[in-house]
Design a protein around this ligand. Sequence first.
Ligand SMILES: *Cc1c(COP(=O)(O)O)cnc(C)c1O
Length: 464
Amino acid sequence: MNDSERFPLEPDAAGMREMTAEAGELIAGWISALGQRPASDTRLPADLAEEIRRAPPAGPEQLETLLERIRRAAEPSYETAGPSYLAYIPGGGVFAGALAEYLAAALNRYTGRAGPAPGFVALEESVLRWMCDLFEMPTGSQGLLTSGGSISNLTALAAARNRLAAGRSDRATVYVGEHAHGSLLKAARTIGIAPGHVRSIRSDADLRMDPEDLRRQIGKDRAAGLIPVCAVATGGTTNTGTIDPLGEVADAAADTGVWFHVDAAYGGFFRLTARGRKRLGGIERADSITLDPHKSLFLPFGTGALVVRDRDALTAAFSEKADYLQDLETDEALPDFDTLGPELTRSFRGLRLWLPLHLHGVDAFRRQLDEKLDLAERVHGELAADPLLEVPWTPDLTVVAFRLRGAGDEAQRRFLERINARQRILLSSTRLGGESWLRIAILSLRTHEDRIAEAVEIIREAAG
Ligand SMILES: *Cc1c(COP(=O)(O)O)cnc(C)c1O
């Protein structure tokens, strides 16, 4: 029997079980071996490239063949799911998150509105409420799941612009720290704020936004007849994990009458830990907060979130009358997600949070985050003790920036190459003050003490 008979477009129960089991074999084998995989090997073999680029055939192929092709296509990569991934901001890996995605797609409920799937929408709303509570948001606040931090930032900026400068985008101005994430510039441009109206706020020697410079620039713009709309602080920069002085930025935003947004895509969920809670103090005063469960909750890529103090700011920016939706029942107690952001039809991301959080409990995530903070402290201490290295900033979270002492950019580049050539860890570099720095970012679920000890050894050897 060929696969077109075994697995037709609508398989029977036995077929579904068999397909699931075959995919499960691939996944279990793959994940169990992550620790041994090279940190980064992106060579795509020519025969495989040819195979995966082929157009879909008119008739069926074998599932087994296709799964093997998928497995081979996954191989050339940065090993983003493994313990070696210490570059950029590491992403997720919680298996229950993947299982949730499978369930969500298989059950395929329509969650753009509450009416067609009140159970699933209530389930998603329960994790959104949990997030609002985590940041002490008041009654009337609202969460929204997005595809990631970029779309969360976009949604927040659109809400702020709509509230303070509706119909006057040409005069709207936005304020971001000099180390802010690039997605904010992209978001501002996308919603029609001129690139020349996005102000870069100076940082101090600790790389933290200077609230005085923020006040000064807002005042200057207002005096010039522009409309200051939003001050964005970062709750853990991508470069160095630095947390801006959130309380002081909140004061400046309140005094100058602008929306206060915190981009906590990387750092937000560290609020679950005692250290993170302290360091992120002031975040609870934000009008909106970007979070990335696919970073600091270890969930699969494509899971972002936004928390907004006033739900009405979102509905004012995003709800539209749609005649063809007139039959949909509304449920006053549940949100219609399509009125809160740009999407109508959407994947049911709620389950990706709900299942892991219930299955493992919040403490399991808290412990993971605490472990990463411990590991970053350890890396900082050990690298700072090495006279060959320059390690000026004590990490607020889990990124440690360092470089070879007294060496230029080219030497730093070769230093990074020597570290990564070992294939046991993957680090990335960035530029700070116009100069090249290496960074180690510890946020993979699967990175533990053993790999970090190895990382320190590799870095020190490569420095010597
Ligand atoms: C990762 C990141 C983003 C962008 O989030 P995506 O999920 O990649 O779209 C925005 N801001 C900060 C601080 C980040 O670290």
